[in-house]
Design a protein around this ligand. Structure first.
Ligand code: OYP
Length: 577
């Protein structure tokens, strides 16, 4: 059951034999006129089949297909995958609609504990841990590091001008011998800033306007308690109506402030970190690879396994998730025009640099934060990938000149930067490749983003969103303007209602659960490379992954809350969900 990127099917006669032997060849390796002609026709055909389209302006461009049915068979789900995808969601929705009914005809819905009545115990120890401990400040801090959106936290050297926290306000969160200014200098103060959601138009769901806040949250790396939030302001502009919430406030007021932060977090997590920065970014490489690299090209062979199923899942996302009547419109506060505006804002300032983990951690000033497992594992994986890709590139390109002179490769990078990532003057990705090192970094970024980075954002979504108050998908009342006014009634009227909550659980379970047909990172089920040296490179990569695996497992041993999203065998080889 070959489910592949187009590979051998074009080939005829002698040429077929030649290719079946499987040696990867760049353009300059090719001297036979028939083979040169074949490369050309293959690409002409592919460029007719796979075309760019602007689905919406101001975000990466995508594949020209109205629905997944328009996609060529080669890039479609196989039967097993399709039926699993469709059934799992129906199963989840049915299960939850029964619960919903039971509640409608049952008791009232007026306390946070009522969320337990729809909570789904689906063998997710983390979701259960979250349900029990979500009110604790240390779990809030933990999620900034090792939750499903671990890229938001940044070091704070100086308080932002629009966040007038005074040393007095936060003194009770700090050990007695120190103060805010000392800790700012010592590098122990961190910030979550949701400025990007400020003023995003919100959804109207069944006639009711939904709300979103643009919070600032200050955190402290406490010597005993770990990372904890110490002050929250729900809007960007300080005002009498936007009090600074503190851990010493009434428990419900502080809890409400944290829930508002987590609600903005849901939006940034799903729309920016997940959808834009993994799914849509990878789609660009996917389309360009199909259009510009023939199947015998070594870089095609290297990338193809990391691009499997991404076009189809993205088409399904566009038609069912973020479409005018999709899931976002039905239950999420940024549904409707909001999510596109949000994605456009992020896209405008998207940089190639931020997709490279070492730079990302340095730029956010989080290289020394303790217990940041996401960072530690990502860097291990980056090293393994980087050396894998360098070895592969080394086999096919003897010098920088070989890179410069590979016209197919140059057409590929041009397609990526000029047709895929349009309207991005400051993106910073080179639009031609001059050195082997440039090529290696780019390939490592592509593979990391489509594997580890997607796993880190996608795979924890049920764990951290199943307990709806911990990461609500929408808010039905405006943010509180007065600390003293926060009551349980207000909280329940604000959080997602029963049906929105059920949908949040169903979709995050559907997307976050382990995929039955998953191919793990580094497992190449189809033999794209047949040459001995390439196979040795793959073997070395697998050995390194195995070491990372053991390392992560032993690090996690005995921990209450395990961080396993980047365990190599749980990372999929491509974005398939
Ligand atoms: C595609 O039958 C995808 O309705 C998910 O999209 C769900 C469907 C279709 C619906 C199927 C149906 C996958 C690709 C993607 C992505 C990244 C963003 C994911 C955001 C998830 C948001 C969860 C919303 C909870 C309320």
């Amino acid at each position: 059951k070959a489910q592949t990127f187009p590979c051998y099917r074009w080939l005829i006669g002698d040429i077929k034999l030649e290719i079946r032997e499987g040696t990867a060849r760049t353009l300059s390796d090719e001297s036979l006129p028939q083979l040169l002609a074949h490369r050309r026709t293959e690409l002409e055909e592919r460029q007719k089949t796979y075309r760019w389209v602007t689905w919406a302006p101001g975000i990466p461009r995508s594949i020209d297909a109205k629905t997944e049915a328009d996609l060529p068979q080669d890039v479609r789900f196989d039967n097993e995958k399709r039926s699993d995808f469709e059934h799992s969601l129906q199963y989840a929705l049915l299960e939850l609609s029964l619960k919903k009914l039971a509640i409608k005809f049952g008791k009232s819905w007026d306390d946070l504990d009522d969320f337990q009545r729809i909570f789904w115990k689906l063998r997710s120890p983390i979701a259960e841990y979250c349900m029990k401990h979500w009110k604790e400040d240390s779990l809030f801090g933990y999620q900034c590091l090792n939750g499903s959106n671990p890229r938001m936290i940044q070091r704070c050297k100086k308080l932002p001008g629009n966040f007038p926290v005074t040393p007095d306000m936060v003194q009770s969160s700090l050990p007695p011998k120190t103060n805010l200014n000392k800790e700012l200098k010592a590098g122990n103060i961190f910030l979550l800033d949701y400025a990007i959601v400020d003023g995003i138009p919100t959804n109207t769901i069944r006639g009711e306007l939904q709300y979103i806040a643009a919070p600032l949250c200050l955190l402290y790396q406490h010597p005993d308690q770990g990372l904890i939030p110490i002050a929250i302001q729900l809007e960007q502009t300080p005002d009498l109506d936007t009090p600074i919430f503190l851990p010493k406030d009434a428990p419900l007021a502080w809890l409400m402030a944290k829930m508002w932060v987590r609600h903005s977090e849901f939006q940034v997590f799903q729309v920016l970190s997940h959808l834009l920065r993994t799914h849509l970014v990878i789609e660009v490489f996917c389309v360009a690879t199909l259009r510009q690299l023939p199947a015998v090209h070594p870089i095609y062979k290297l990338l193809a396994p990391h691009l499997r199923y991404t076009l189809e899942i993205n088409c399904r996302g566009r038609t069912q998730l973020i479409s005018p009547d999709g899931i976002f419109k039905r239950v999420v506060s940024t549904g409707g025009e909001g999510l596109l505006i949000l994605a456009q804002r992020e896209y405008k300032t998207l940089t190639y640099r931020s997709l490279q983990p070492c730079h990302d951690f340095n730029d956010r000033g989080v290289s020394h934060l303790p217990n940041y497992y996401y960072r530690e594992h990502t860097l291990m994986l980056w090293d393994a990938l980087h050396s894998f890709v360098s070895d592969m590139v080394g086999l096919f390109y003897q010098s920088d000149r070989d890179v410069q002179e590979d016209l197919e490769l140059q057409a590929w990078i041009r397609d990526i930067t000029q047709e895929g990532f349009t309207e991005l003057p400051n993106f910073g990705m080179p639009s031609q490749l001059s050195t082997r090192e440039e090529l290696i970094t780019l390939l490592a970024v592509i593979i990391l983003t489509g594997t580890a980075q997607h796993a880190a954002t996608n795979n924890g979504q049920f764990d951290w969103c199943a307990w709806v108050p911990n990461t609500p998908c929408t808010m039905r009342r405006p943010p509180p303007t007065d600390k003293d006014a926060v009551t349980m009634d207000m909280i329940m009227a604000t959080l997602p209602d029963i049906s929105q909550s059920c949908m949040q659980m169903a979709i995050t379970w559907h997307l976050g659960r382990p995929q039955p047909d998953a191919i793990p990172l580094g497992q190449y089920t189809e033999e794209y490379f047949t040459e001995r040296r390439a196979k040795e490179v793959i073997d070395r990569f697998r050995k390194q992954l195995k070491e990372i695996e053991d390392n992560i497992l032993s690090q996690n041993e005995g921990m209450d809350l395990q961080y396993l999203y980047l365990l190599p065998r749980r990372i999929e080889n491509s974005i398939t969900i």
